[in-house]
Design a binder for this molecule. Sequence first.
Ligand SMILES: *Cc1c(COP(=O)(O)O)cnc(C)c1O
Length: 364
Amino acid sequence: MKKSVAALKAYQAEQPLEAIKDQYQLETLARLSANESVYGPTPKVKEALAAVTFDRLNYYPDGSAQKLRQAVAQLNQVDPEMLVFGVGADELIQLLTRLALEPGQNIIVPAPTFGEYAIHAQIEQAKTKSVAVDASTGHVDFEGILAAVDDQTSMVWLANPNNPTGVLESAADIQGLLQQLPESVYLVVDEAYIDFADTSDNTVVPLLADYPNLIILRTLSKAYGLANLRIGYGMMDATLAQKLNAVRLPYNLSDFQIEAGTAAVLDQDYLQKTVAKVQAERNKFEDFLRENQFEFYPSQTNFLWVQVGDAKPYGQALLKEGLQISQRLSPSWVRITLGQPADNERMRQLLVKIREENKEEKPV
Ligand SMILES: *Cc1c(COP(=O)(O)O)cnc(C)c1O
């Protein structure tokens, strides 16, 4: 076994909902720990899935996902040749790492951020350099990232908006980074949550034409509500896309993914309605956090990153109430996915209650 793999810790996947319900004897459980959509996909997805017929199952799917490719190219106004599809954006992270990283090289990531970038770097025997975000604002330290670049740096990863902080960087700031980054270093901007931002001018897609080292990732797992179907894609220079397709397995998306993904992408009305609901709930929740003096970073995503002191009691106490959040990402911060309005209301009440209870137990 590769040494780098022997030392590897697997990504901690979510426990199945049913298992947690059984364990805590819950009637209902709102999973607000993995940034999934609580609204689900457009009903058009159901029709698209039903239209995949039984007599197609013995044939391989379209290895280049033409139907989905055309829809996604149209949506983003990019050349279809610039697209690579994957089993979730996660597969793109794996493929890009596999394509780019030689043993001994390094990647640079903000801290905290999505854990998959470092896991795949480790598999490829590369190092991860972390540059802490600004503690008071949550913003990425662009100067720090540039200062961390050395002659072994192969990739810089930015989730924008970032997970778990929820903070959005402007396209102008990302362009500023690109202008100073050596052309030999890839910049991967993971726009998994970009649809949730208040304005639509935050994507760096318009920069693709000028920066061949820029790669953008998107997923249908979050705003589109299709986490279970596993559909993601990358947008990049067409020559690079060709190489990445050479690294990819030939039939990675099934008919189900291609048909349902296309239906979801084509229903932008539904997407906008979902996003508007999330934004309204986000505003309400952030007002509450401000009024109740919780520390948090303003979010442009479907989740909130809240500083609670000791995170542990929050995870347990909320789970007993049928609300599952993520408390394993930091000792003192919790990540709360925005849920249905009623769940959010209960969450707010419980946050105050849990804080009170823990004050009593441990007086300062
Ligand atoms: C959820 C998430 C992904 C993974 O998306 P999949 O398409 O489900 O693999 C990628 N990047 C970030 C930052 C995420 O939070």
